[in-house]
Ligand binder design. Structure first.
Ligand code: ZN
Length: 237
């Protein structure tokens, strides 16, 4: 599904772009491809079992899966990072903060494989990044915002494309209806840090938000973050 010129959503079972199970749900995250002249940048890679569907979706848009040069992970949960071992073997540079890198290297409970009755195939992240860092990747500047809470590895990525400020938000906020925030069942869920992250994230202006599940926002995404913050502040006081 095309979002803007050269920007695509290539997985996500809530809208049926990929499918892994009997019902639409949270088995497979939204993953995104940004196409540049020098290759493709991916954000999250789905649960692993849907990688062929992702490749099929990519080919429909004339995106060659063999050209995925870099993959940024928003956090280590299986529905987001389970396909990482496939990309890694194909030569993609995997990029994440330390907390995500450590979890996917071990494939332990922080990746939540038990939720999906699966095994997480561990892999080594190639480039460890940290909060505030600005990376130049295939000519694109990507800013790292570490927002722990839903999991300790939660990271948003900010970039400008087609004169629009894009934020890839992972599961920092829920995106089905107003005022949701990410699932609180992770073994490394941390409520206090999550609140701090939401407060910080609610001050970030962007034009388009590419979330980890559900709908993309094209109008003042910050408002949705503020709604989530409001619910969190009320529920967790
Ligand atoms: Zn998650």
């Amino acid at each position: 599904m095309q979002i803007l010129k050269n920007l695509y959503q290539v997985s996500g079972d809530l809208n049926g772009l990929t499918w892994n199970g009997v019902d639409a749900g949270y088995n497979d995250c939204n993953s995104y491809i940004l196409a540049t002249q020098d290759g493709l940048i991916m954000f999250d890679c789905g649960c692993g079992d849907t990688i062929d569907q992702i490749y099929q979706n990519m080919r429909y848009w004339n995106l060659d899966p063999g050209q995925i040069r870099h993959c940024f992970l928003t956090h280590p949960h299986l529905d987001h990072a389970g396909g990482g071992h496939v990309l890694k073997k194909a030569g993609t540079e995997m990029i994440a903060v330390f907390q995500t890198a450590d979890a996917v290297a071990k494939g332990d409970e922080r990746c939540c494989p038990y939720l999906y009755h699966k095994v997480f195939e561990p892999f080594v992240v190639d480039r460890i990044i940290s909060d505030g860092e600005k990376l130049q990747v295939l000519g694109v500047s990507v800013e790292v915002m570490h927002l722990p809470g839903h999991s300790m590895g939660c990271t948003a990525y900010l970039l400008t494309h087609e004169n629009k400020k894009i934020v890839v938000s992972g599961d920092v906020i829920g995106t089905l209806l107003v005022g949701e925030f990410g699932w609180s069942g992770s073994i490394d869920f941390n409520r206090d840090l999550y609140l701090q992250s939401l407060k910080r994230f609610a001050r970030v202006d962007s034009d388009i938000m590419l979330p980890g599940h559900g709908m993309i926002y094209f109008h003042e995404p910050r408002r949705r973050v503020e709604e989530s913050l409001n619910v969190a502040l009320m529920e967790w006081r």
